[in-house]
Design a protein around this ligand. Structure first.
Ligand SMILES: [Zn+2]
Length: 142
């Protein structure tokens, strides 16, 4: 667990009625996945209606925080305010079966690979915003 991270300016995500539960979760150190209260299907990104059954009644579950890299990009250009480039952004297959985009913070751009196991961590930006970030899963026995 990284002890501390220098605060950097970030691009703030849109928080709306559909995604508020997600950001409430990250503030508590929870990675939340939207669920359908009618059929139980999980979905991400969040939306008002269940793509499986169309129900509007929604809740959420807390993810294990583990997943693997499904695909990734290395952002080298253009510059991002407050960020040192390159940034590794991965599409992560969560154990729960949904995919989530996130920044990978401790894997170099030439080390990231498809299938790499990652675990979530949280970057507390300020009182209002905590971003999920993804880090290497420590190897067994270390
Ligand atoms: Zn449903």
């Amino acid at each position: 667990m990284p002890a501390e991270r220098a605060p950097t300016p970030v691009i703030r995500p849109m928080v709306n009625r559909d995604s508020a539960y997600f950001w409430e979760g990250t503030r508590k150190g929870e990675l939340r996945i939207q669920s359908c209260n009618a059929c139980g299907a999980l979905r991400h990104p969040p939306g008002p209606a269940c793509p499986e059954c169309g129900a509007l009644d929604r809740g959420h579950v807390v993810a294990s925080g583990r997943g693997t890299v499904f695909s990734y990009i290395v952002h080298r250009h253009p510059p991002v305010p407050g960020k040192e480039l390159p940034i590794v952004i991965a599409l992560i297959d969560l154990e729960e079966g949904v995919r989530m985009v996130g920044e990978v913070t401790d894997v170099a751009d030439d080390e990231i690979e498809i299938g790499m196991p990652l675990q979530v961590d949280f970057n507390e930006v300020d009182d209002d915003l905590t971003l999920p970030i993804w880090t290497r899963v420590p190897e067994e026995g270390k």
